[in-house]
Write a new protein. Structure first.
Length: 339
């Protein structure tokens, strides 16, 4: 009643009664607000409905508040958020650290991966080698427990695993000098001359991916593949002061890559030692061998392979130039040195 005038409540809101089964309760992304005929993105087992969407990712240098981003929703006839009802429920979020396999967006992902941190339901990327986490997924277990409305009725639990993607803002990566770092600190780049055997040094791939301003620069949209990255040595004039050109020392290695169809996943050697052995027919060259693990960045690897005859003097101050990858153009522009 307002100033003695009666106004029906239906002029302000619609009162609707409907029955909903507990099986209609699902987990959903809160940022996908619903209009009259629109509903939030419901979290499903395969996850394809939200892969690549803004509500399933976050800036790799920022944070993702899971508590604010995911809540319980009643689907079906009711179509309301559970928090808008009188139903009591709890939510628990957990970053999975056990080594479990899931299929997400058609690709296998292990939960124990990445360099993610999770505190007070806020997800972030650790400060070291942050850019190597670009396009990598954090596995978050979401457990919603609905309290019974009557005595003698059991609690109802809705549990999902969601994969939240660390992404780069829409800017072009820019990087200069890239120092290669051995994965084992005891390794160094002082090579003894060897005329008959190839040598391998396993490099810190996350350090490399961060140095080139992000894993997405070379990850090829998270497709599992391998590539040879051409190394180029600087050539100076007779006085040794003026740079004349860069000269590849990976030509025959690259030829091997194409002749043996290594751009096809089925042809990728199971072991890097097998590949290095095969490259012993090539003399006096060096190449970087990068292997991408798909959605699981912990499966990425990077190796420096020196064929028979290559030595430290030849490797020192070699450069990584634009379009140097055998598989895709990812565009380094400056000198790459050994660390």
């Amino acid at each position: 009643t307002m100033y003695g005038q009666y106004t029906s409540a239906s002029d302000y809101f619609t009162v609707r009664r409907t029955k909903a089964s507990v099986k209609s309760i699902v987990n959903a992304f809160t940022s996908t607000n619903m209009d009259e005929n629109d509903y939030p993105a419901i979290i499903t087992e395969d996850g394809e409905s939200y892969d690549g969407k803004s509500y399933g990712c976050f800036d790799y240098q920022g944070v993702y508040n899971v508590n604010d981003s995911i809540d319980a929703y009643i689907s079906g006839a009711a179509t309301v958020w559970l928090k808008s009802t009188n139903i009591s429920y709890t939510r628990v979020f957990r970053l999975l650290d056990q080594n479990e396999d899931y299929t997400f967006n058609g690709q296998p992902i292990k939960t124990r991966q990445g360099i993610f941190e999770f505190k007070d339901n806020v997800l972030s990327v650790k400060s070291t080698n942050q850019a190597s986490a670009i396009d990598e997924y954090a596995a978050i277990e979401v457990t919603t427990t609905v309290k019974p409305q009557k005595e003698g009725v059991k609690e109802y639990e809705v549990k999902n695993v969601v994969f939240i993607k660390a992404v780069r803002p829409a800017v072009n990566p820019v990087f200069g000098t890239v120092a290669l770092k051995p994965l084992d600190a005891k390794e160094n780049f002082t090579f003894a001359y060897n005329s008959s055997q190839a040598r391998i040094i396993t490099l810190d791939v996350r350090n490399f991916e961060a140095a080139i301003e992000g894993r997405d620069v070379i990850a090829n949209d998270n497709n599992e593949y391998c590539t040879f990255i051409t190394l180029n040595k600087p050539v100076y004039d007779a006085g040794g002061s003026k740079l004349v050109r860069y000269e590849s020392i990976s030509n025959q290695c690259n030829q091997y890559y194409w002749n043996n169809g290594l751009s096809q996943l089925s042809n990728i050697p199971a072991k890097v030692t097998d590949l290095a052995k095969a490259l012993e027919t090539v003399k006096n060259e060096a190449v970087l061998y990068y292997k991408n693990g798909g959605n699981n960045a912990d499966k990425d690897s990077l190796f420096l392979i020196l064929t028979p005859g290559a030595n430290f003097a030849q490797f020192k101050n070699m450069s990584l130039l634009a379009g140097a990858s055998s598989y895709l153009d990812w565009g380094a522009t400056e000198k790459m040195t050994n660390a």
